[in-house]
Design a protein around this ligand. Structure first.
Ligand code: SAM
Length: 243
């Protein structure tokens, strides 16, 4: 068994990421995001940044309409994104501290990736960085992680992929450490002509109150809107438009 002492952020698992999330309807989510962009964006350009883009599964559905850039902190996952041949630029970077020297019409931070910044201090720096990279009239769309009120500590979870040549089972119990949700993800991966791998990966995401994210956006001059339903799982969408 391989036990990661620190958050691996899918590094060792990058090549399995898309299989693990094969159930997720990225196309439908991208269509919903496009509706929010049309509703709120006031700037006239089409430059889009997907922060914490992962394997580029949302970007795949934006490249026809927007000039796309993806950033992620994980080089292995970016290699998977790059291998898809998308019309997009990919940059290794950290959302808490990045400076691209350019502005975007749209900045996305989806699938609760914002929770990985973990502290209020990092969240403050992240929202500042996002705002700095947004054009006047540009739109920031964040899909938050759960709040402490709706997070169910102690609940068991399982995700599976059942392909002919690859089987994956991932189980965990959701845990709580202060204001941080903690997951010890146990993977069993069976691949054709290989030995079964048992892999344990730890994830820590802050359960930021939505009011905190709203006030940080407003302090940075964004007009905020909260779509409570969001893309899935009632995670909601926080939308900020730069005045
Ligand atoms: C749940 S995945 C979401 C990936 C992708 N957005 C999607 O919807 O499939 C979280 C992603 O956040 C990235 N990440 C975590 N902390 C980050 C940071 N500080 N800066 C940039 N990316 C980060 C991870 O490497 C991972 O790809």
């Amino acid at each position: 068994m391989l036990f990661m002492k620190e958050q691996d952020l899918y590094k060792k698992l990058a090549k399995y990421y898309d299989y693990l999330y094969a159930w997720k309807d990225y196309k439908k989510e991208a269509e919903q995001i496009k509706e929010e962009i049309v509703k709120y964006k006031k700037s006239t350009g089409n430059k889009l940044l997907d922060m914490a883009c992962g394997t580029g599964s949302h970007l795949e559905h934006f490249t026809d309409d927007y000039e796309c850039t993806g950033i992620d902190i994980n080089s292995e996952i970016l290699e998977v994104a790059k291998s898809k041949g998308l019309k997009a630029s990919f940059i290794l970077g950290d959302m808490t501290d990045f400076d691209l020297g350019t502005e975007f019409d749209i900045i996305l931070c989806l699938f609760s990736s914002i929770g990985y910044v973990k502290t209020k201090e990092n969240l403050t720096k992240t929202i500042e960085c996002f705002t700095k990279h947004l054009k006047k009239g540009g739109v920031l769309i964040i899909e938050p992680w759960l709040t402490k009120e709706i997070y169910r500590a102690g609940s068991p979870h399982m995700t599976t992929f059942d392909g002919e040549k690859l089987k994956i089972a991932r189980v965990n119990i959701s845990e709580l450490k202060g204001d941080i949700s903690y997951f010890e993800m146990h993977y069993l991966i069976a691949e054709e002509n290989k030995h079964v791998i048992h892999f344990v990966d730890q994830h820590e995401l802050a359960l930021f109150p939505i009011e905190l994210m709203v006030s940080l956006c407003q302090n940075n001059g964004l007009i905020t809107h909260h779509n409570k339903e969001g893309l899935f799982d009632n995670r909601g969408l926080l939308i900020g438009v730069k005045e």
